[in-house]
Design a protein around this ligand. Structure first.
Ligand code: SF4
Ligand code: SF4
Length: 184
């Protein structure tokens, strides 16, 4: 479910965001995509938060789609452990029929579950809209990760923009978020 403060920001940025959606099953997905797009334009968010002043709650790490590893498995947050993955066909059930998807990839719409091939190809979003990437997205592989369990990005944002962010800096090695960056 989209957190209230994010829904409120969506309302500010995209007042008509869901009005034309006639596919209720994917309302949550479209909301999530809106959130991803929204947070890619962080300057805009900060401007809105500043304009709202102290009446606006601070942004927490759900804004980055932070996911604790639940369950704590080696391939958490990868397509190989997402129930929308069709492993035998190398496809994702919400992408198009020609969009190849591999087990070691990921996207912002990940949901833990057992992949299965007998699914419809819904062509609901493009890989780009979903933030599809082909790398290992967990904190343990991120350049911001400070062992054993600190996120340098969240720490830095809290430090430099304490009026905007209040991010829990303690993270799990197998967690993931949209701020992930390669170590190379
Ligand atoms: S692309 Fe996203 S939704 Fe599709 S299988 Fe991979 S993680 Fe799941
Ligand atoms: S260490 Fe990287 S992936 Fe993990 S929460 Fe921080 S920025 Fe996100």
């Amino acid at each position: 479910m989209v957190p209230k403060k994010i829904a409120s920001l969506i309302g500010n940025l995209y007042p008509n965001a869901h009005k034309s959606c006639t596919f209720p099953k994917f309302i949550m997905i479209f909301s999530t995509i809106t959130v991803i797009n929204m947070y890619m334009d962080m300057k805009r968010i900060i401007a809105i938060v500043e304009a709202k002043g102290s009446s606006m709650p601070k942004i927490d790490r759900s804004a980055f789609l932070y996911l604790d590893p639940d369950p704590n498995i080696k391939d958490f947050a990868q397509c190989g452990s997402c129930f929308m993955f069709m492993s035998g066909k190398q496809r994702c059930s919400i992408f198009g029929k020609n969009d190849k998807v591999i087990a070691n990839a990921s996207c912002g719409l990940y949901v833990y579950g057992k992949p299965y091939d007998d699914q419809l190809i819904r062509d609901a979003v493009t890989p780009k809209e979903a933030g599809y990437v082909e790398h290992k997205v967990r904190c343990e592989n991120c350049s911001w990760f400070n062992k054993p369990n600190k996120c340098g990005l969240f720490e830095s944002l809290n430090d430099k923009m304490s009026d905007v962010f209040k991010l829990d800096e303690k993270v799990e090695a197998r967690a993931c978020c949209n701020g992930w960056q390669s170590k190379k």
